[in-house]
Design a protein around this ligand. Structure first.
Ligand SMILES: *Cc1c(COP(=O)(O)O)cnc(C)c1O
Length: 385
């Protein structure tokens, strides 16, 4: 058995790209802060590194780890999830091209395409990706260069059949991109289902500790990788060395964290589902969820995000403001539990658009604390409404 033969997800997360430092034996690869690299004569590079924007060994270590855990040939690390998305979109699109976007994708993705790429001539259409007939109709009406989906989606946890979407997208000549931020490769492997590119906000579960912003692309195609690599270098939205290192450290525990997040989220969803102050629970692990069976096939667990509808917007706001263990904050995917009121927080930028979130909905990012404490916190908040 050698490191190169490792196949298990958790083994790859711990070891891929993480060989000990050959000069000192340090088991944890160092953070390389140097912005420049001594040359043995002009052009004589020792490890292929010459300047920190074009390449950095700590970033390489993260990219190797990311490619391994997503099962892709190539990975690229960026300063944020949106920086990764921007590089991919500009690598693929030209003026006149269209993007077909899922109807509850991350608001910032919509904003990036609508407000930054739109004025440069990129068209945007929105469709419910969990409805493959609607996707087929949209592609028949006009071709799209990219079909972009999030599954589970944010915040309504809709589940899309990735393999089915890939068939439709590829038949129509589109590139199929999956934002795998919510599921993570610990639970779902879009490339193995035929997707062309996986996008991540590593700020969320991959970093996992709410202490580093970052993003990534993972893909197999060599030519598209070259284009995206050129944008990473030439536009320069690279991840810094310490950010890359923190993300690497987070990824090593991703598998066990996702297990606990999923167990706690299931307990929270079941508790809320039975509560008389809650109108509706959105969690793919509940048998009544419309995507439950598909999620059970496509994912190994159901993930750590639960959304709930209260009776009205006022009750939702009060609930979001009255938990104590669940802290009221944007973002998700850290070890600590968070509450979010999408309409005014994470999804404020899509208010009034096709992506608007119902105002009675609250999103919970369920952390890895003891489930009994989480349930007691939610019970206290609901009984005070
Ligand atoms: C947060 C998020 C993004 C954007 O990532 P940043 O790191 O904040 O730039 C993209 N997609 C999803 C699903 C997200 O949750």
């Amino acid at each position: 058995m050698t490191i190169e033969n490792l196949r298990g997800f958790d083994s790859l997360a711990v070891h891929a790209g993480q060989a000990f430092d050959p000069t000192t034996g340090a088991v944890i690869p160092p953070v390389h802060f140097s912005t420049t690299y001594a040359q043995d004569g002009i052009g004589g590079l020792r490890g292929g590194y010459e300047y920190g924007r074009s390449g950095n060994p700590t970033r390489t270590a993260l990219e190797t780890q990311l490619a391994a855990i997503e099962g892709g040939r190539h990975a690229l690390s960026f300063a944020s999830g949106l920086a990764a998305e921007d590089a991919l979109l500009r690598a693929v699109l030209a003026p006149g091209d269209d993007v077909l976007l899922g109807s509850d994708v991350y608001g910032g993705t919509y904003r990036l395409i609508a407000r930054i790429l739109g004025p440069w001539g990129v068209g945007l259409r929105v469709v419910d990706m969990s409805d493959l007939d609607a996707v087929a109709a949209a592609l028949a009406e006009r071709p799209a260069k990219i079909v972009w989906v999030e599954t589970p989606s944010n915040p309504l946890l809709r589940i899309t059949d990735i393999a089915g979407l890939v068939r439709l997208g590829h038949d129509a000549g589109a590139l199929v991109v999956v934002d795998n931020t919510f599921a993570t490769p610990a639970l779902q492997e879009p490339l193995s289902l035929g997707a062309d590119v996986v996008v991540h906000s590593t700020t969320k579960y991959l970093g996992g500790h709410s202490d580093v912003v970052g993003g990534a692309l993972v893909l197999d195609d060599d030519a598209l990788h070259e284009k995206a690599r050129f944008l990473q270098f030439a536009a320069g939205a690279v991840s810094g060395p310490l950010d890359a290192w923190l993300t690497t450290r987070g990824i090593k525990t991703l598998g066990i964290r996702m297990q606990r997040h999923s167990e706690n989220a299931q307990a929270v969803a079941e508790f809320l589902d039975g509560h008389d102050r809650v109108a509706r629970v959105y969690y793919p692990g509940l048998p009544a969820h419309p995507g439950h069976e598909l999620a059970a096939r496509q994912m190994s667990r159901f993930g750590g995000i639960v959304s709930v509808a209260l009776e009205d917007a006022a009750a939702a706001r009060r609930f979001a403001e009255s938990t104590r263990v669940f802290q009221l904050a944007e973002s998700l995917g850290g070890v600590e539990s968070l509450m979010n009121y999408p309409d005014e927080m994470t999804h404020a930028s899509v208010r009034g658009t096709e992506l608007a979130v119902p105002p009675e909905v609250v999103r919970l990012s369920v952390g890895i604390e003891a489930a009994e404490d989480l349930l007691a916190d939610l019970d206290g908040a609901l009984s005070g409404l």
